[in-house]
Design a protein around this ligand. Structure first.
Ligand code: SF4
Length: 523
């Protein structure tokens, strides 16, 4: 995607079990002396696409005074874990060695960019089962309601502006009392209060761990086990890299639970209507990942093939396909292959420009020109089919189109988008949370049914200053992804959300737009 729309977080968890769960394999042979914590920073590198603001890990080591201990810092995974300074990096790995660990890489949809917001969160307590840490991926759509409800009671105070603190409070509350809490019961109870996306990796100072996927299954969560080695990760690619072969997704409402060093899987909530975020396949997830058994790469290629089936421009020798690097490559290549056109690198991306997504809109445009270099040698005099995975705000895409025409000297620019128009915000952890910031709603006609009309497309193309524009229609989305339609969240392309809080926030987003408010709807 030419603009940086970012996802909230990535979560990882590893455990060297006391007793083998099944036969061992390549992954388990790579573990030295049962120390799995050392492997977490490497996993977080594979989840870096999900967040670059901060990273951290908590490890469990019963022979250490600090049985649970947490290291975290702001920056990319490499920055936080001092990977460019081998001695310092090795020192961190040695200090936080352990039989079990959870890790986190953060992007903020709410809260600030400082270490207090970095995860995992840890809560010290003298009682071992009340001393815990956790890492969270998602966004509670009813965060403000939960916060207001707690604050309405006497003598409560929150220090951070984030739903993670609400989760910390909710977990602590459910671990109160003199009897060790049942962790399946804790998750069952939480999900009666929580509305939205909340995948959680939890660990306590008794060495208990759970990894849970919320009942809607909005965000992905993969698990794998070989012999005594258990792993969980927001994306399957991090487990594949460790050598795991039999990787599966946790089912919505399911948790992997480790107690007394033994692993079992439990259902903590029914999931009659899962709603997996389609955007995970279209843009967010690593192209090497699989979500619920469906390959991200094949989903993107499927969208490109469908765009090719819809193509109505006359094609000739001067036509080329330029995928916007890097996430649109699979769609662009499939589009080009189906139409017999060359797919070429007409845009070179500078991967070292940095974290442009934290820049305000005024500088997004400038960042596009520093991030992409159009190549006149490839583009000059050509009719360019620019394939993009999605358009959210459009600021950078319009600037990119201008660059292709002026610096690249392209003759025509036809934009093909491997996603339907984004007409509504996301309240479940993707950073597009107000109506006003979105491009497509300005052109949406009454009675819009997910397939933009010719008139709508012409107006949008003219606003982007391109020769033509085509989007993937909503009705073809599920087939492209190879996922059952009724199990997808399509809130941002239909305006209809899979949870009560989502639909309430949508009404508020409309009201906020009418009143000219620009803050995030869920804050
Ligand atoms: S609203 Fe859109 S981006 Fe948000 S979870 Fe649903 S499909 Fe994903």
């Amino acid at each position: 995607m030419s603009e940086d729309i970012h996802h909230e977080c990535g979560v990882a968890a590893l455990y060297w079990l006391d007793k083998a769960y099944c036969r061992g394999g390549k992954a388990s042979k790579a573990v030295k002396k049962g120390n799995v914590a050392t492997l977490v920073p490497g996993m977080l590198l594979d989840l870096q696409n999900r967040g670059q603001l901060a990273a951290g890990l908590s490890s469990y080591n019963a022979s250490r005074v600090q049985i649970l201990d947490t290291f975290k810092d702001i920056g990319t995974v490499a920055e936080a874990f001092r990977m460019s300074r081998p001695d310092e990096h090795r020192g961190i790995l040695d200090e936080y060695a352990g039989q079990a660990a959870i890790g986190h890489t953060r992007y903020a949809t709410c809260g600030r960019d400082d270490t207090r917001y970095a995860q995992p969160f840890e809560r010290h307590h003298g009682r071992l089962w009340k001393w815990f840490c956790f890492a969270f991926n998602g966004n509670l759509a009813n965060y403000t309601k939960l916060r207001d409800r707690i604050l309405a009671k006497q003598n409560y105070h929150f220090t951070l502006n984030t739903d993670t603190e609400i989760i910390m409070h909710a977990l602590s509350y459910r671990l109160r009392g003199d009897r060790k809490a049942n962790l399946v019961g804790v998750m069952s109870s939480l999900c009666r209060d929580f509305d939205g996306a909340y995948n959680i990796a939890f660990m306590d100072a008794m060495g208990r761990m759970f990894v849970a996927r919320d009942p809607l299954g909005l965000r992905p969560m993969s698990v794998a086990v070989e012999g005594r080695f258990f792993g969980a990760s927001s994306e399957s690619v991090a487990l594949s890299k460790l050598g795991f072969e039999n990787i599966r997704s946790l089912k919505p409402g399911e948790m992997a639970l480790i107690e007394n060093g033994r692993l079992r899987f439990e259902r903590f909530a029914p999931s009659s209507a899962p709603a997996r975020c389609f955007f995970e396949w279209v843009y967010f997830s690593n192209v090497a990942s699989e979500i619920d058994g469906a390959s991200v790469y094949l989903a993107r290629a499927g969208s490109g093939k469908l765009l090719a089936d819809m193509e109505d421009q006359p094609l000739d020798e001067s036509c080329i396909v330029v995928p916007v690097p890097d996430t649109a490559k699979a769609a662009g290549d499939a589009f080009a292959f189906a139409l017999g056109m060359p797919s070429v690198e007409g845009l070179i991306r500078n991967r070292y420009v940095g974290r442009t997504f934290i820049q305000p809109d005024t500088t997004r445009k400038a960042s596009a020109s520093s991030k992409y270099m159009p190549l006149p040698a490839v583009l000059k005099g050509k009719r360019v089919f620019l394939v993009e995975d999605s358009i959210v705000r459009s600021t950078t895409l319009s600037s990119l189109a201008e660059e292709l025409r002026t610096r690249g000297q392209a003759r025509e620019i036809h934009v093909r988008v491997a996603c339907p128009p984004i007409i509504s915000p996301c309240f479940y952890g993707i950073d597009m949370s107000t109506l006003g910031e979105l491009f497509a709603p300005r052109y949406k006609e009454s009675g819009y049914n997910g397939t933009p009309s010719e008139k709508m497309l012409k107006q949008m193309a003219s606003a982007l200053k391109v020769d033509s524009l085509r989007y993937l229609p909503v009705k073809h989305l599920a087939a492209c992804l190879n996922v059952t339609e009724c199990t997808l969240c399509k809130g941002c392309v239909t305006g209809k959300y899979p949870s009560r809080a989502g639909n309430e926030l949508m009404k508020r987003a409309v009201q906020d737009l009418a009143e000219g408010k620009s803050k995030r709807t869920y804050e």
